[in-house]
Design a binder for this molecule. Structure first.
Ligand SMILES: NC(=O)c1ccc[n+]([C@@H]2O[C@H](COP(=O)([O-])OP(=O)(O)OC[C@H]3O[C@@H](n4cnc5c(N)ncnc54)[C@H](O)[C@@H]3O)[C@@H](O)[C@H]2O)c1
Ligand SMILES: [Zn+2]
Length: 362
């Protein structure tokens, strides 16, 4: 078992990682002052697979709200249905929400917790790699609006995060691997040793070795915690977490969600590092290494089909991070040396898209 701390001035919370840590949830909740009841928010798939493992260890009165799987549940409509349930069950300020699931459940349940009665306590129990290494830590919660993802939300920190690696055993391979792209990203922006560790342990990671997963998730949570503590509300440093995401999000939209988010982030990182390499920065010496590292984890390194560079450029311009018509990229001068750039040209984006072109058109 490993732990990490998110040491925010407004209140620290712990992250507990390892096999069987779900059994630590009930003792933790009992120690929180005045919790009378828990509300478990989860989705259909996760409730079928893992709800009994959580509830059998939870010797506290509770009820369960199940939402449909998938991104569509991150909506005001779904939040309203959960609020209706909380109202029917007369959920009070002393009750506690437990988010059991991937990033969708975590973002929705965190948003509901942050807004119900102006905020009730909640804990995150992530069940995907994406949520374990990224979404469950840092307090960004929210739902989507038809005009864009995550447009409605609040910064609202959980009281604790419990990441039980046993629950990751049922993740389909493709989802498991996709989440690892965020882990590579954390290594690239902040921790060269973590990057090397991935290279040396790819087989153990892919076989879901419990010790390897515990180490990987703990390392990621510590990096995310450091960044969040330095900049909780994304007014500066936290933006570096968007490395690979400007082009990554554009690919995600262009392919109408044919690829997983993490797969798009992996491709986005290759493309964005190609831009940085083209500027003559030292990262040039590591671009092939990044490609090999992603490939070793079973992540795609080329687009499944051609996307026009102009389309990617137009989609980058729609990114939330665009300010004054300038696309804000989080590039790397070198591994561990992020830099933000608002002067990336359409030509540079064209070259970057060519670098990840499908094999047939390469
Ligand atoms: N708040 C943040 O800082 C942050 C960061 C990154 C991503 N996100 C958000 O996270 C969301 C994506 O999260 P995700 O990738 O976890 O997707 P997800 O929550 O949609 O989960 C993917 C699928 O896996 C299933 N699943 C979950 N756990 C499982 C398990 N253990 N075994 C088998 N199936 C399981 C789910 O039911 C779902 O069908 C996006 O909405 C994204 O915006 C938020
Ligand atoms: Zn991401």
């Amino acid at each position: 078992m490993e732990t990490a701390l998110v040491d925010l001035p407004t209140g620290a919370y712990s992250i507990t990682i390892g096999g069987g840590v779900r059994d630590r949830i009930a003792p933790f909740v009992k120690k929180l002052s005045g919790v009378d009841r828990c509300v478990i928010i989860t989705d259909h798939t996760v409730s079928g697979l893992h709800l009994p493992a959580l509830t059998s260890a939870l010797s506290i009165p509770h009820f369960v709200a199940i939402v449909p799987d998938g991104e569509d549940s991150k909506s005001l409509t779904q939040a309203a249905q959960v609020y209706d349930r909380l109202a029917a069950e007369r959920v009070e300020r002393s009750d506690l929400i437990i988010a059991l699931g991937g990033g969708v459940v975590g973002d929705l349940a965190g948003f509901v917790a942050g807004t119900w009665m102006r905020g009730i306590r909640f804990i995150q129990v992530p069940t995907t790699i994406e949520a374990a290494v990224d979404a469950s830590v840092g307090g960004k919660t929210g739902v989507n609006h038809p005009r864009g993802k995550n447009l409605i939300g609040v910064f609202y920190q959980p009281s604790a995060v419990f990441i039980d690696t046993d629950l990751l055993a049922t993740l389909p391979d493709r989802d498991f691997r996709a989440g690892l792209a965020e882990s590579i990203k954390h290594g690239l922006i902040r921790d060269p040793a973590l990057l090397t560790w991935h290279e040396q342990n790819a087989a153990r990671i892919l076989s879901r070795d419990a010790d390897a997963l515990t180490h990987l998730i703990a390392a990621n949570c510590r990096i995310k915690a450091e960044v969040v503590v330095a900049d909780e509300r994304e007014s500066g440093l936290r933006a570096i977490l968007n490395h690979g995401h400007t082009i990554g999000h554009a690919i995600e939209h262009a392919l109408a969600h044919e690829l997983r988010h993490g797969e798009c982030v992996g491709l986005g990182m290759i493309a964005e590092n190609h831009i940085a390499a083209g500027r003559g920065w030292p990262i040039a010496g590591d671009v092939q290494r990044i490609i090999d590292g992603l490939a070793a984890l079973g992540l795609p390194t080329r687009l499944p089909r051609q996307i026009e560079a102009d389309d990617i450029y137009a989609l980058c311009l729609q990114d939330k991070k665009v300010a004054g018509g300038q696309i804000r990229f989080q590039l790397l001068e070198a591994v561990g040396r992020p830099v933000s750039a608002s002067d990336v040209t359409a030509d540079e984006i064209g070259g970057a898209v060519a670098a990840i072109a499908p094999v047939s058109s390469a």
